[in-house]
Design a binder for this molecule. Structure first.
Ligand code: C2E
Ligand code: CA
Ligand code: CA
Length: 236
């Protein structure tokens, strides 16, 4: 697993970590998730892989707390297949218990398509997790249908604005307007908002002007190994 920080843009402090999986192949080196997660989703292997990811990420969050670092939420990406798998809820409960991690330090990142399925099973699982104190985030916001209904139907804590908007703000006025509107809407709805894919000083300046609370991207740090994450500035 690699971990990428989310940054409080006003203070420069780390507000959370996102766990991102890599496949370490002895011959080919680190293989990015885009090259194997879709296949794992198709064949169902994402279910055991996802349980492994959750256990690693929660265990790492616990290890950092035990080492005396300031507790921060650990975000884990969850596929639709995982959410609908048998006893996902029980799996999460068991992992939190085994790793002794308080539920408020786990955040599940779900894409819009997962939330828009409206299937009763996924909804009840998410509501049960939320009731336990686990946090929920919408990932890649603005790339799917971006239905607003789930933002108020679901107890979503965090909205992550897709990185494609960051790429376009300097060249496309519409992207900047959209971003401004989403930031303002999230504030009104009292959701945390994280801009993904922050790479340049100019993008950071735009976000600061629009009073976006958090950002994530190569400008601050790429995803790094756990030992490296613990040494990032503003981590303690
Ligand atoms: P995502 O959840 O949207 O994660 C953000 C991706 O953007 C990561 O790619 C990250 O390395 C990359 N990124 C971060 N900052 C920047 C930036 O400033 N510029 C650019 N261009 N990219 C940036 P990564 O690690 O290759 O992951 C790709 C996708 O694979 C993730 O997108 C997520 O959907 C999926 N994924 C990763 N780990 C897991 C996992 O454990 N389980 C599941 N189900 N999916 C995962
Ligand atoms: Ca994510
Ligand atoms: Ca994303």
């Amino acid at each position: 697993m690699h971990y990428q920080p989310k940054i409080d843009l006003a203070r420069g402090t780390i507000t959370g970590a996102e766990a991102l999986i890599r496949w370490n192949d002895p011959d080919r080196g680190l293989i990015p998730p885009a090259q194997f997660v879709p296949f794992a989703e198709d064949c169902g292997l994402i279910v055991p892989i996802g349980q492994w990811v959750l256990r690693e990420a929660c265990g790492q969050a616990r290890a950092w707390i035990d080492a005396g670092l300031r507790p921060i939420p650990m975000a884990v990406n969850i596929s639709a297949v995982e959410l609908r798998a048998k006893d996902f809820f029980g799996g999460v409960c068991g992992i939190l218990k085994d790793t002794r991690l308080e539920p408020c330090y786990l955040e599940l990142e779900l894409t819009e398509s997962v939330l828009m399925r409206h299937d009763a099973l996924s909804i009840s699982v998410l509501l049960a997790l939320k009731a336990m104190g686990v946090r929920l985030a919408v990932d890649d916001f603005g790339t799917g249908y971006s239905s607003l209904s789930y933002l108020w139907r679901f107890p979503i804590d965090t909205v992550k604005i897709d990185q494609s908007f960051m790429v376009e703000i300097s060249t496309n006025g519409d992207a900047a307007t959209f971003l401004r509107a989403v930031i303002s809407m999230c504030k009104t709805l009292k959701k945390r908002v994280v801009a993904e894919g922050v790479e340049t000083r100019e993008q950071l300046a735009f976000l600061a002007t629009e009073r976006c609370s958090e950002g994530q991207g190569y400008y601050f740090s790429p995803p790094v190994a756990a030992e490296h994450f613990a040494q990032l500035p503003y981590r303690e």
